[in-house]
Design a protein around this ligand. Structure first.
Ligand code: SIN
Ligand code: MN
Length: 265
């Protein structure tokens, strides 16, 4: 799949492009069931909030067939190859649970800020794809973006080890206010199956989820193969060291797996 010119223009101008309902209910339902099972697992890749509920499951594409296929899905990988102009590898893969009632905040940050400082990724030639596994609405902790903030470059940040269970390089309130006074602040919402592709330097955050509705989102962080990380300080399952170019699979790879599962049931 390729992005159209108006989508490319929007990405360069705003730092993100939103594709509502890019995956159908069959594909998303199969991944949703797998995510629920993974988030209950007791394994080191499943990171918990301070309260004990699951926050993030890392690297599910390395041990779960559904997420392995998602990690090579042409609807996700091909547009990123187009935007980054070449082959890409998986730098990070996470399922963020943002549990009903207990899902905690993600503070204001730029992902490339962490990739650069912690992993020595040379350039912001890497980006995120978010796939909604639940409906994301105004009430269940949506992602918030400051449109156009990716054009500010990589901003000064402090290492926040306190606010949540996950260390993050976060921006100051003054910086966020300055950027939002210029660019505003948006929270794209939509049905399960929707996709957002966003620039590694786009400033973003998400509020806690005190609603009774979970907000599960899968993130693929893809990096151009020549821009691979140089430092290996974080665990391999957080910042991958396999720089093999991803070969996009067939477009029906998820619906095929869902059909296999139905036959086996
Ligand atoms: C992230 O910024 O990496 C995650 C944000 C979220 O899932 O709300
Ligand atoms: Mn982020």
């Amino acid at each position: 799949m390729k992005l159209a010119q108006d989508q490319l223009d929007q990405f360069h101008r705003e730092g993100y492009v939103f594709l509502p309902s890019a995956f159908d209910a069959d594909e998303v339902g199969m991944l949703r069931r797998r995510a629920e099972a993974i988030l209950k697992m007791d394994r080191q890749e499943v990171w918990r909030e301070k309260s004990g509920v699951a926050r993030t499951a890392f690297a599910a594409h390395t041990y779960d067939e559904g997420f392995k296929r998602l990690g090579a899905h042409p609807r996700l990988v091909e547009p990123v190859m187009q935007l980054l102009d070449g082959s890409v590898y998986m730098h990070q893969f996470k399922i963020n649970a943002k549990a009903a009632f207990d899902g905690e905040v993600w503070q204001w940050h730029q992902d490339f800020g962490t990739w650069h400082r912690d992993d020595e990724m040379p350039e912001p030639r890497a980006m995120n794809i978010a796939l909604f596994l639940d409906e994301v609405s105004a009430v269940n902790g949506p992602l918030m973006f400051i449109p156009g903030s990716h054009r500010a470059g990589t901003l000064e940040a402090g290492h926040d080890l306190e606010s949540t269970s996950y260390p993050l390089w976060t921006l100051s309130r003054d910086e966020v206010s300055r950027l939002a006074n210029e660019g505003g602040c948006v929270a794209p919402t939509g049905p399960a199956g929707s996709v957002i592709m966003f620039h590694g330097n786009l400033v973003h955050a998400s509020p806690p989820n005190i609603s009774p509705f979970p907000r599960t989102i899968v993130y693929l962080s893809l990096c151009h193969v020549e821009n691979h990380i140089r430092a290996f300080k974080r665990a391999e399952w957080i910042a991958h060291r396999d720089f093999t170019p991803i070969r996009p699979m067939a477009d029906d790879c998820l619906s095929e797996l869902a059909a296999d599962e139905r036959r086996a049931a």
